[in-house]
Design a binder for this molecule. Structure first.
Ligand code: DGY
Length: 325
C-alpha cells in the first residue's frame, strides 16, 4: 500500500522526522529559512498531511491550494495563531499542536529573563567586556529586588502556573489575571483584574495566546499603569505587546526594563529602535529550546500528523469539533 504524501516545512528534530519518514512519503523543506508563500502554495498541492511551524501561515488560500484530500495540519508548536483554525474546521480538517511538553522549558526561560532583566545580567556582561569595570562600586548596576517582590502573571494556563511555581521558591508573591477560567489555581496565587495586576506587580509576565482580544493588550495605557520600577517579560507572542508604546516607555524610563523572547515581527528587523535600548533584553523566540523538549515536540507533531493522515483522531487536536457528527 502506498504511503500518504506529506509536506514537512522544516528539518524537525530527528525523533519526530524519523517517525514521519517511516510512516509517510515525505517532501521535506531542508533550508534554514521557511519556504516562501509561493513555494508553500505549490508544495501543499495534493498532499494528505502538512507538518508546519509557527512561521508558516495556514489560511483559506493555502487550504484551497492543498485540495480536498488534505486530512491534517500538524503544528510543531503549542501556539497556533499562525493557523486559521476556523478555515480548517470548515473543511473538516483537524489541527494538531504540542501542549504540555514545553511548559517547563518555557517557564524556565521566562524566569531566566525575569532574573536577567532585574539583575541586569546582559548589561553587566557588556560592562565588563567594554573595560568599564574599574572597581567595586556601591551603586553600580543596581536593579529591583527579586525576593519579596510581586509577580503579575497574565494568562494563567499551564505555562503561567509553572512560572508561579518557580516564583514560590524565590519568595515572590503571585497575582494573576486570566481571560479564561482557571482550573485548580495554586492557593498562594491571587486572582486580580488587569488594572490591579498592572499597578501592583513588580514583574509582569505574559502567558496568554495571541487572539484578537489579546493583540496589543499591553499598550501605552497598560504600560502607563505599571510601576516605574517594573519589568515586563514576554514569552507569549510578540503582537500582545504594542512595541511602539513599549519603546517609548523604556526610552523614557517609565518602566525599569523589559525582556522579550518574542517580537512583532520576527525576526526583529536590524533597524528596529528597540535594539538601541540598554534596558531591554532580546532573545530569538527560544523559550522552548530545551534539547529534550524540542525532541518531544517533534515526536508529538509527528504523531498528530500520522494519526491525521490515517484518519485516526489526533492525540492533541485544537478543533475537536471536526470529530462531531
Ligand atoms: C510554541 O510552541 O508556541 C512556542 O512559541 C514555540 O515553541
Amino acid at each position: 500500500m502506498s504511503k500518504p504524501n506529506v509536506f514537512v516545512t522544516r528539518m524537525i528534530p530527528e525523533p519526530g522526522l524519523a517517525r514521519v519518514q517511516e510512516a509517510c512519503q515525505v517532501d521535506l523543506w531542508t533550508d534554514e529559512l521557511p519556504p516562501t508563500r509561493d513555494v508553500m502554495l505549490e508544495k501543499v498541492r495534493g498532499v494528505d498531511g502538512l507538518l508546519c511551524l509557527l512561521t508558516d501561515r495556514v489560511d483559506d488560500e493555502l487550504l484551497d491550494a492543498a485540495g480536498p484530500q488534505l486530512k491534517v495540519v500538524s503544528n510543531h508548536a503549542v501556539g497556533y495563531d499562525n493557523i486559521d483554525v476556523d478555515a480548517a474546521t470548515a473543511r473538516g480538517i483537524p489541527v494538531g499542536n504540542t501542549p504540555g511538553i514545553l511548559t517547563d522549558a518555557t517557564a524556565d526561560f521566562a524566569f531566566a529573563l525575569l532574573m536577567a532583566a532585574a539583575r541586569r545580567v546582559v548589561e553587566a556582561d557588556a560592562y565588563v567586556r567594554a573595560g568599564k569595570w574599574r572597581t567595586w562600586g556601591p551603586s553600580i548596576l543596581l536593579g529591583p529586588e527579586v525576593a519579596g517582590s510581586t509577580l503579575g502573571i497574565i494568562g494563567f494556563g499551564r505555562i503561567g502556573q509553572a512560572v508561579a511555581k518557580r516564583a514560590a521558591g524565590f519568595n515572590i508573591q503571585v497575582i494573576y489575571h486570566s481571560p479564561r477560567p482557571v482550573d485548580n489555581p495554586p492557593a498562594a496565587a491571587r486572582p486580580v483584574d488587569l488594572d490591579t495586576l498592572l499597578r501592583e506587580a513588580d514583574f509582569v509576565s505574559l502567558h496568554m495566546p495571541l487572539t484578537p482580544e489579546t493583540r496589543h493588550l499591553i499598550d501605552a495605557a497598560a504600560l502607563a499603569k505599571m510601576k516605574p520600577t517594573a519589568v515586563l517579560i514576554n514569552t507569549a507572542r510578540g503582537p500582545v505587546v504594542d512595541q511602539v508604546a513599549l519603546y517609548a516607555a523604556l526610552k523614557a524610563k517609565r518602566i525599569f526594563a523589559a525582556a522579550l523572547d518574542v517580537t512583532d515581527p520576527e525576526p526583529l528587523p536590524m533597524d528596529s529602535p528597540l535594539l538601541a535600548l540598554d534596558n531591554l533584553i532580546l532573545a530569538p523566540h527560544i523559550a522552548s529550546a530545551g534539547a529534550a523538549t524540542r525532541d518531544k515536540m517533534a515526536r508529538m507533531a509527528a504523531e498528530n500528523l500520522i494519526a491525521g493522515v490515517r484518519g485516526e483522531r489526533l492525540p492533541n487536536c485544537v478543533n475537536p469539533e471536526v470529530y462531531e457528527d
